[in-house]
Design a protein. Structure first.
Ligand SMILES: [Zn+2]
Length: 341
């Protein structure tokens, strides 16, 4: 058995704890915590399987847990490891009732009784307690003092379609905070080729931990969805090596990114009616560039035509509920003056 197998089998926390032994603590289904005696200055949250069919990240985390359990990897930073949606993972479905990565929210308006609604609330609470325990509490103004361990959250995903850029990260909207060059350099070290800068709040896990828990948070896309057992994990060597270094306390966040491509969101296409049509071939890759003047989406009272050359689409899904995002349009940009180390 393994962390992933126990989670998919629906094992009790006791059974999972039996497997983990003394090196890690089972907190809930699909959630374990490692609290080493020392901290090297980072409190790390790694999440996977927020979408249940995105198997590669779950297998990657499972490998790290296996190494920790066997004593081959010795954490020198506190660590929270998450398999996000076990019920959906069991079915290898993106979700059971609702897209979990739209349900994270600190507001009281977070309603709904589905498994995914309950799981979002559970995960928020677990991450909040983990950070409070390992990197101190936030000030009354909601900020984290400078001498506390950095709060890090990498939420690992894979995409539905092929992509011109296989590995990329989504930087949640930061409001008044600055982009972190050293975080982007770390992502580059992990083998990530591009970052997409969000321009508004979202119901994603990474936006929640960034906005409400002051973490350096990213949604990280790692290639294409495949069934369990069919992932080529050798594609992720740089990522796994970098995560090992981070867990073992060797990672210094001091560099700047060198060749990372940067994109900004120029349009969020919302499904307004069942008349929405995305003018994109089924086999077109994410980040395919289009010249100015190309019709990319039309709805009953809306259309999106590219404004400048080299605009690209990402994450197109025609079949979303009305009111939800059906596609993002992005364009190349530079980090600019809001970046800091
Ligand atoms: Zn996903």
């Amino acid at each position: 058995m393994s962390f992933l197998k126990h989670t998919l089998a629906g094992s009790s926390t006791d059974a999972l704890q039996n497997y983990l032994g003394s090196r890690a603590t089972a907190l809930a289904a699909g959630v374990i915590e490692v609290l080493p005696k020392q901290s090297s200055g980072q409190s790390i949250v790694l999440s996977s399987g927020i979408h249940g069919n995105e198997t590669a990240p779950m297998e990657l985390l499972d490998g790290l847990v296996d190494e920790i359990v066997k004593g081959k990897l010795e954490p020198r930073n506190p660590l929270l490891l998450i398999i996000g949606n076990p019920a959906a993972a069991r079915e290898q479905q993106r979700f059971v009732e609702h897209n979990l990565n739209r349900l994270f929210s600190a507001s009281a308006s977070q309603t709904g009784s589905s498994k995914e609604h309950q799981r979002a609330i559970e995960l928020q609470g677990l991450v909040e307690r983990f950070y409070a325990k390992t990197s101190g509490s936030l000030s009354s103004a909601g900020s984290l003092s400078a001498n506390k361990p950095l709060r890090l959250h990498y939420d690992l995903h894979t995409a539905i379609r092929r992509s011109k850029i296989e590995k990329f990260a989504v930087y949640p909207f930061l409001h008044q905070r600055s982009w972190s060059q050293s975080q982007l350099a770390f992502l580059e070290q992990c083998g990530i080729d591009a970052v997409l800068l969000s321009n508004q709040p979202a119901g994603t896990f990474s936006y929640f931990t960034s906005r409400h828990l002051q973490a350096h948070s990213f949604t990280v896309e790692l290639g294409r969805v495949k069934p369990f057992g069919q992932n080529d994990l050798s594609k992720y060597l740089k990522l796994v090596e970098s995560l090992r270094g981070l867990i073992e306390g060797h990672q210094r966040f001091e560099s700047k990114p060198e060749s990372l491509q940067v994109f900004k969101v120029v349009e969020e296409v919302i499904k307004r009616s069942d008349g929405l049509k995305l003018h994109i071939p089924d086999d077109a890759h994410n980040f395919s560039p289009y010249p100015a003047g190309t019709l990319l989406a039309s709805d009953e009272t809306y259309q999106y035509i590219t404004q400048i050359d080299n605009e690209r689409f990402v994450f197109p899904i025609q079949n979303v509920p009305i009111g939800q995002r059906a596609m993002l349009i992005v364009a190349p940009t530079k980090l600019g003056e809001r970046a800091q180390t």
